[in-house]
Design a protein around this ligand. Structure first.
Ligand code: SF4
Length: 370
């Protein structure tokens, strides 16, 4: 199976329940907060078009995966990372353990992706993961550059709903170039080896840039087969405003060209992208943005509208859900979204079965069970 049964059952039950009965408090539309003092705001969205199609999940919004960023500090300065640039002025701040747990309680998403910054620099990282797993019954995906796994592995215990998610953008030379430091690939691989030896589940995540050679991604996944890695997510990069002076980001056409052989990749390796999201990347189907499915919480609050664009930070999750003008975001609605195909915006649409036919449902099930 792609994911452990308990994780699938948790998520499936949650989605069915919330699709039938979406929490009413999150479906209201309030006026946006004029957060003019927000130094992180890039630009307010202005596009409105009353003639456009309503979103298929209008008034049915609920989160699926919480992106929890306990801190933004990192030991690396990766080329494509928007976080260390956007949050430079608060890079030394971090959330308390209580704030992290309260965010998870507030939004209720069954899966928490702990990211950052480098979350392994968060002093209470092991306690946070354990509490989410055992006290909150969450699935936990710990996104890391892998360099501290060896040092901190003794603080963690394997669990069927816990994954290390190690960032790898290519083989040694490419990955070290992407993270702007030699030796990182080898340390990440050592971290993966050690985690597997200790009985943990390990997945990898790969970002594809303009410069990425997809043949190398194939070679990378071949190499990871020998390490018995449990799966891979793969997503195109997004041109953050804070890093878009570089020509590493892609248009939608570029992305579709890069991902045109996703079906072959997914046939050969344990690709964890849903089939619908893979088809979307390959240009074989359309999906709407469901950024509310992957909300982000960090030291500034709930980041709206999404992991990538910052138009406001809200104090409460309810404010994020009700004050964000969701209808104004997504391709064709906001110019900043035009070339976005990232998993945080579109994987929830696939998981929710938006635009699914019966055959898609069957494909999804076969994929999950394979
Ligand atoms: S399309 Fe992308 S950038 Fe735009 S709101 Fe959705 S996730 Fe964010």
């Amino acid at each position: 199976m792609k994911y452990p049964l308990s994780m699938v059952a948790n998520m499936a039950g949650y989605i069915v329940k919330n699709k039938r009965n979406p929490p009413a408090a999150w479906q209201k539309t309030m006026s946006p907060t004029a957060d003019l003092s927000n130094p992180f705001k890039i630009v307010y969205t202005t596009s409105t078009d009353s003639a456009r199609e309503p979103h298929p999940f209008q008034n049915k919004r609920f989160p699926i995966v919480l992106q929890l960023e306990p801190l933004h500090a990192c030991n690396l300065t990766c080329t494509g990372c928007g976080r260390i640039r956007e949050y430079e002025s608060v890079i030394t701040k971090r959330l308390s353990l209580e704030q992290c747990l309260a965010a998870s309680d507030e939004c209720g998403a069954p899966t928490v992706a702990i990211c950052g910054g480098e979350p392994m620099l968060y002093p209470e990282i092991a306690q946070l993961a354990a509490t989410l797993l055992h006290d909150r019954n969450r699935s936990v995906i710990l996104c890391t550059n892998g360099m501290f796994i060896k040092k901190k592995i003794a603080e963690f215990k394997p669990h069927s709903r816990f994954f290390w998610n190690v960032h790898l953008d290519g083989l040694e030379k490419t990955h070290d170039l992407c993270v702007e430091r030699e030796g990182v690939f080898q340390q990440a691989i050592e971290g993966i080896r050690i985690a597997k030896q200790h009985g943990f589940r390990v997945m990898t995540n790969t970002t594809v840039y303009q410069e990425t050679d997809m043949k190398e991604i194939w070679q990378l996944f071949e190499f990871l087969v020998d390490l018995d890695v449990d799966g891979h997510t793969i997503s195109p990069a997004y041109g953050y405003s804070s890093v878009n002076d570089r020509e590493i980001f892609m248009t939608r056409d570029d992305i579709r060209e890069k991902f045109k052989d996703m079906d072959k990749l997914a046939k050969r390796f344990k690709v964890l992208n849903t089939p619908a999201y893979s088809e979307f990347l390959a240009g074989k189907r359309e999906l709407p943005c469901t950024a509310w499915g992957n909300p982000t919480y960090n030291v500034m609050g709930w980041k709206g509208p999404c992991y990538l664009i910052t138009d406001a930070h809200y104090k409460t999750f309810e404010e994020l859900m009700t004050r964000t003008q969701w209808e104004n975001y997504g391709p064709g609605r906001d110019s900043r979204c035009e070339h976005c195909m990232v998993h945080v915006g579109f994987e929830p649409s696939a998981a929710l079965g938006i635009n699914n036919t019966l055959m898609d449902g069957f494909k999804q099930l076969t994929w999950l069970l394979s």
